[in-house]
Design a protein. Structure first.
Length: 183
């Protein structure tokens, strides 16, 4: 088991190194194997493809530490850690988020955020919470992508305050438009 983790970590490190200079779409499994000095069989023993590797990196570097320390993304400290990590590794994650479609990091992050969104709203949902949580997760992912892709990238605390402000303003405006009195 320890050797498995060491090998996966080494492969992930090589992927990160390659993404410093190349976009995700331009990196092949052969490139990863060459830099890591492993054969393709070793790569495929650990990962189904480079997309799974990318999601494993995100899970290992970001999601697992958040879950271990806070249990969820649903509090300020976890969100601040997450944004700081993205900021500190913005070259890698900007390139990683360029990928769209099935198995993309965008979809993976959206999936990771949905349970936190549902639990944050608790019993406030009438009926199926999935469409709302899906839309809100997509909004958060889109905001994150725009933040990381604008240079110079604003500091994480500034972006977080802007995101909170937009969320607050949006909820107030929606309540006004719907003439929905607050609870």
């Amino acid at each position: 088991m320890a050797n498995n983790l060491l090998t996966k970590t080494a492969i992930a490190s090589c992927m990160k190194e390659l993404m410093e200079t190349k976009s995700f779409n331009k990196i092949s499994v052969s490139d990863i194997c060459r830099v890591c000095q492993i054969n393709r069989k070793t790569f495929y023993y650990h990962f189904a493809d480079k997309y799974e590797l990318l999601n494993w990196i995100f899970q290992t570097d970001v999601v697992n530490p958040v879950i271990k320390k806070w249990g969820t993304f649903g509090n300020f400290e976890a969100a601040e850690y997450f944004l700081q990590y993205m900021y500190d590794h913005q070259t890698f994650y900007t390139k990683a988020f360029e990928l769209t479609g099935p198995h993309s990091l965008r979809d993976y992050l959206s999936t990771v955020l949905q349970p936190t969104i549902i639990s944050a709203f608790g019993d406030d949902f009438d009926g199926d919470a999935y469409p709302f949580s899906d839309a809100l997760a997509d909004f958060i992912v889109s905001a994150l992508l725009r933040w990381l892709s604008h240079y110079p990238v604003a500091p994480p605390d500034e972006f977080f305050q802007q995101l909170i402000g937009v969320g607050t303003m949006l909820s107030i405006r929606l309540a006004e438009l719907l003439h929905f009195p607050g609870k």
